[in-house]
Design a protein around this ligand. Structure first.
Ligand SMILES: Nc1ncnc2c1ncn2[C@@H]1O[C@H](COP(=O)(O)OP(=O)(O)OP(=O)(O)O)[C@@H](O)[C@H]1O
Ligand SMILES: [Mg+2]
Length: 308
């Protein structure tokens, strides 16, 4: 199975023709053939959820459930029972047997979003599940086998969380067998306008809309800290505000001055990727990141990145 630029499945889910997104697709293709855990990292709104779903849909598990659990959204006291399930009578109020998310994803995929938010005791239980593929529901004395594949995602650098003692090192290495780093939108050559036009066509209105050339320039020069989600929201608003079906720069409502990314918000990964994509040409890497060469060198020193 090979991905082409016009694979109907990827065209529908993951828009973008940049070399960066093509590398992501090439990895997804390989990961979909495997049953091993995947760890997806990238800035907020860059498409981690889309990638997780795509891996599932391209895998042999596609006819079974894809279940998303946002680890940060479940109250910490409930996560164990939500993930592993409970037996009737396990605790006050447990009136029925309850299948947890892991069990409900049987033969399918469980997507653990914002995995860095998982409380420490649950990290231990998850590690046990990954090693044994067995779960112990609350109130049960017998483990049961479960065949569900785990894909985890984090918008926070998980290795940094390990270094600061907030995430278990053993679990990190267990999850990070197949890593997938989704690049920020500002680093994907050519994807901004393709995505923008895709969203314009998707947001149903009675008439077709177009961008003025200033609006296009603005879309290309803005640093998109909220990535694809921010682009989609900006366009949804612009369509409402614009007149005569032409979207002008003002309709985008993007800040006047701050076109460039604040250097402090650039992750180590973004800097490394930009250097690699620019074949270690520092001026080109700085341009790609929207920062000066001096700032790039400062960031490289901070992150201890070797220039060659
Ligand atoms: N390449 C893409 N093609 C089409 N739509 C995309 C793409 N990337 C992201 N989107 C859309 O942008 C929005 C945000 O994507 P998604 O939820 O996957 O981001 P995320 O990285 O999981 O964000 P968060 O860190 O906040 O969970 C969604 O509406 C998604 O459908
Ligand atoms: Mg997400």
């Amino acid at each position: 199975m090979t991905f082409h630029a016009h694979n109907p499945m990827t065209d529908k889910l993951l828009i973008g023709d940049s070399p960066q997104i093509k590398s992501v697709l090439a990895l997804l293709e390989k990961y979909a053939l495997s049953d091993v855990e995947v760890l997806i990292q990238g800035e907020t709104g860059c498409g981690k959820g889309v990638c997780a779903r795509l891996i599932h849909q391209l895998s042999s598990r596609k006819h079974h459930p894809f279940i998303t659990v946002n680890c940060g959204a479940i109250p910490s006291g409930l996560i164990a029972s939500e993930l592993f399930g409970h037996k009737r009578g396990a605790f006050t109020g447990a009136l029925f047997n309850h299948a947890g998310f892991i069990k409900r994803a049987e033969r399918g995929t469980l997507f653990l979003d914002e995995v860095s938010d998982m409380p420490p005791d649950l990290q231990v239980s998850l590690l046990h599940f990954l090693d044994q593929k067995k779960i112990l529901a609350l109130g049960s004395d017998k483990e049961t086998d479960v065949d569900s594949r785990i894909i985890a995602a984090s918008h926070i650098d998980l290795l940094q969380q390990v270094e600061s003692g907030k995430f278990r090192e053993d679990l990190y290495y267990r999850l990070n067998i197949l890593p997938l780093n989704v690049p920020p939108l500002r680093e994907r050559d050519g994807d901004i306008l393709q995505l923008a036009n895709y969203f314009l066509a998707q947001i149903h209105t009675s008439q077709a809309h177009q961008f003025s050339s200033q609006a296009e320039t603005k879309l290309l020069s803005y640093h998109w800290p909220g990535n694809v989600r921010e682009l989609k929201n900006v366009l949804t608003r612009a369509i409402v505000l614009c007149e005569k079906n032409i979207i002008n720069q003002e309709d985008l409502g993007l800040p006047e001055q701050c076109n460039k990314v604040p250097a402090c918000s650039l992750s180590k990964l973004s800097v490394e990727n930009a250097i690699e994509d620019s074949h270690h040409n520092m001026s080109a890497a700085a341009r790609k990141l929207g920062i000066s060469r001096t700032t790039l060198y400062r960031l490289m020193k901070k992150y201890q990145i070797n220039p060659c």
